[in-house]
Design a protein around this ligand. Structure first.
Ligand SMILES: *Cc1c(COP(=O)(O)O)cnc(C)c1O
Length: 379
């Protein structure tokens, strides 16, 4: 067989499985045609209200505010909680840059907090140690779509009157004890950037059950509705993007089912001796499989390099992902090491299991996992 007719399952470093998910056509053009015919394209168009209602209904939240990015969602949430002008905002050391940058946008001071061992959850003892009279908010990140069990830290924060914001940008459909990520604490922030499970190209939204915070976020992101009573910015989502989001939201559950089925298939390649394991979560939790995340018992640098060699780039290689206090921009706010976060970041590997992966691609990813597992130290 000529080389250019190699079968599609012949994945390699030069032709790795597609990392990027291309959602299927679910009638977006029809919805867009309706918006264009209506002629109102701004974030004040009626389709925005329809999109926000659909988001609130899907997540079972009293209120949803659509905005133009996940970063805007986080900034608006911080602003509504008074986290500006030198106030302190706690952020877990496992947070990627996009979670933490909005703290700087709000002109607040980041306070980097460690996580519990092997977990994405804020360590309640470190939270207690680092609370001050200036702490206004804390962030938690169900990263890669894995639930972060922050209930212990949330109690410490609630006792101090500090609100918890979920950065659920990667966690559409993730469940913690049956409840959807983004609805677990005071405010949930989502991104609908092209790489997220719900994509409008660029975009985001905020969920809250608190009517006062809702009003504050709604006004702030819409120029204070130009009443001249309160300051505001223009973070509105444009109508054509809301139209895309509205159609795609209806297909989120089908995407979640496929991601979970794909993850289950690939996970059959894991050895059962724990050399390589999935990032842990509780029996009533469900990741959304934004990524499938594996953890090694010893630092994963060699395993990460091997996967990268096969064309499957873990976050430490693709994005230079490292603990927040080790990022140059945030180092000045570091207050010592965060050993649990450092260990977790060093031991995680992220893999694609999105719905575009066909049987051959899934088998190939499973084979790469089996190879990496074989190269781990046995117990
Ligand atoms: C994508 C992302 C953001 C930022 O969202 P944008 O829409 O790109 O502004 C924030 N936090 C996390 C965890 C993300 O993955």
């Amino acid at each position: 067989m000529p080389v250019d007719m190699a079968p599609p399952e012949a994945f390699s470093r030069d032709d790795p499985v597609a990392d990027r998910y291309q959602p299927p056509d679910v009638g977006e053009l029809e919805e867009l045609a309706g918006v264009l015919a209506d002629g109102r394209l701004s974030g004040g168009a009626p389709i925005l209200a329809a999109y926000e209602q659909a988001l609130a209904a899907y997540f079972g939240s009293a209120h949803a505010v659509a905005v133009n990015s996940g970063s805007s969602a986080l900034h608006a949430a911080l602003h509504a909680l008074g986290a500006s002008g030198g106030a302190e905002v706690m952020v877990p050391a496992i947070a990627p840059l996009p979670t933490a940058l909005p703290i700087l946008t709000a002109v607040a001071t980041p306070v980097v907090v460690d996580v519990l061992p092997g977990s994405l959850a804020l360590d309640p003892d470190d939270v207690r140690r680092k609370l001050t009279a200036r702490t206004r908010a804390a962030l938690t990140v169900p990263l890669w779509g894995y639930p972060a069990d922050c209930h212990a830290a949330a109690e410490v924060l609630a006792d101090a009157g500090v609100a918890l914001i979920e950065d659920a940008a990667q966690a559409h459909g993730t469940r913690f004890r049956g409840q959807l990520a983004g609805t677990l604490h005071t405010i949930g922030c989502f991104s609908t950037h092209d790489r997220k499970l719900l994509s409008t190209g660029e975009g985001g939204f905020v969920l809250t059950n608190d009517p006062t915070l809702y009003e504050s976020i709604e006004h702030y992101t819409r120029l204070g509705h130009l009443r001249g009573h309160t300051h505001g910015v223009n973070y509105k989502l444009a109508a054509p993007l809301a139209a895309i989001g509205l159609r795609r939201l209806a297909h989120l559950d089908a995407q979640l089912r496929q991601r979970r089925a794909n993850a289950a298939r690939v996970l059959t390649a894991l050895p059962d001796d724990g050399r390589l394991a999935e990032l842990t979560y509780g029996p009533r939790d469900a990741p959304n499989y934004y990524n499938l995340v594996l953890t090694t018992r010893t630092p994963a640098a060699d395993a990460a390099a091997r996967l990268a060699e096969a064309g499957l780039l873990p976050d430490t290689i693709r994005y230079g992902y490292r603990p927040l206090h080790q990022q140059r921009l945030f180092a000045r706010w570091a207050s010592g090491p965060c050993p649990n976060a450092e260990a977790l970041v060093a031991a995680t590997l992220q893999l694609p299991v999105h719905p575009d992966l066909n049987d051959q691609a899934l088998q190939w990813v499973a084979r790469q996992i089996a190879t990496v597992a074989d190269q781990q130290e046995p117990s």
